[in-house]
Design a protein around this ligand. Structure first.
Ligand code: DGP
Length: 116
């Protein structure tokens, strides 16, 4: 059975215990609009299975990690025909605030580099 954390906010979105503005859902991922958007399109893509970090998930479920990236690129193409950015924050230095792996997909404006 897939791992889940009863206290994790993103697991609650997977289980539909709290609502989210979903743009994609399948067996392995859910994608929904970020509550605090940083671009005209800002979507989070999460695995349905709980893993805190990309590095854990690569060990635990590499096929699902690849599926998550495939979903992020599909959504990037859908929402950002002119280009898009995929960001994954891991750990305190990167500013990770929700400890359920997620890819941010940002599109709809010109991005700058380096990120803050
Ligand atoms: P990060 O800093 O990479 O851990 O980003 C976490 C993101 O999750 C942040 O941009 C805000 C978003 N977020 C947190 N809680 C919720 C929620 O309950 N619903 C939605 N849609 N987004 C959330």
């Amino acid at each position: 059975m897939a791992q889940t954390d009863p206290n994790c906010i993103f697991c609650k979105i997977v289980r539909k215990e709290i609502s989210a503005d979903e743009v994609l859902r399948d067996e392995h991922v859910v994608a929904f609009r970020d509550l605090n958007p940083q671009a005209p399109t800002h979507v989070l893509v999460i695995p349905t299975e709980h893993a805190a970090h990309l590095s854990d998930f690569m060990q635990q479920a590499p096929a699902q990690a690849a599926h998550l990236l495939a979903a992020a690129s599909e959504l990037g193409r859908r929402f950002g025909p002119g280009g898009y950015r995929v960001v994954m924050n891991e750990g305190a230095d990167a500013g990770q605030t929700v400890h359920h792996l997620h890819a941010h997909v940002l599109a709809g404006r010109r991005m700058t580099w380096p990120p803050g």
